[in-house]
Design a protein around this ligand. Structure first.
Ligand code: 5GP
Length: 191
């Protein structure tokens, strides 16, 4: 372990302001689950979780939906180990389930530039689902949600880079129970 990397969240100066508390996240996700339960009554959807950032959201969202959903995972990569997008989306792990004639909900952590979403939408639409909607926990204020066809959003947030509740920097902070602003100036260089 790099001695410059904090070993506790309590004394990690890179964890900045709390943007969304655990209670706020829980409450909003229950609302989203109730909405999806209503909208998909009689046609239980297939939830496609975009790894890795959406895995925490997926587990809470899926348990808030009172329908027998199916769950599958897809993994893409666009950031590497930095906080800036590389501008290139790469499929790292594909789905196992056939999407033909399925009602699919793509479960995303955050819609930022929309690059990832555009790539995924194109890839999934080509597989012939009955419907395809997007449910994102977070969206940037600047994101064109209408243009990107994002129907369900948990919270709209400003431009700060955020960590926690599944979102990482170099695979750290995913298990923070809340969402915080990341303070790169205070952070130790990741090894
Ligand atoms: P987009 O392709 O929309 O620009 O970026 C989407 C992906 O970038 C997200 O799925 C997420 O993995 C990553 N990302 C964007 N903003 C943030 C952020 O503030 N924090 C973290 N940890 N990841 C982010």
């Amino acid at each position: 372990m790099d001695p410059a990397v904090p070993t506790s969240f309590d004394d990690d100066p890179a964890i900045g302001r709390v943007l969304l508390s655990e209670e706020q996240l829980t409450r909003r996700i229950e609302e989203l689950g109730a909405q999806l339960t209503q909208d998909y009554a009689g046609r239980p959807p297939l939830l496609v979780c975009v790894l890795r950032g959406a895995y925490v959201f997926l587990t809470d969202l899926a348990r808030s939906i009172d329908l027998p959903v199916q769950i599958d995972f897809i993994a893409v990569s666009s950031y590497g180990a930095t906080t800036r997008t590389s501008g290139v989306v790469r499929l790292v792990k594909d789905l196992e389930v056939d999407l033909t004639d399925r009602d699919v909900i793509l479960v995303e952590d955050i819609v930022d530039t929309g690059l990832t979403l555009r790539y995924l939408r194109r890839s999934l639409e080509a597989r012939g689902p009955a419907s395809l909607e997007v449910c994102a926990l977070l969206a940037r204020e600047s994101a064109d949600l209408e243009g990107l066809g994002v129907r369900y959003v948990g919270f709209t947030i400003p431009n700060d880079f955020v960590i926690g509740y599944g979102l990482d920097v170099a695979e750290r902070y995913r298990n923070l129970r809340y969402l915080a602003v990341y303070d790169p100036d205070a952070a130790a260089e990741p090894s």
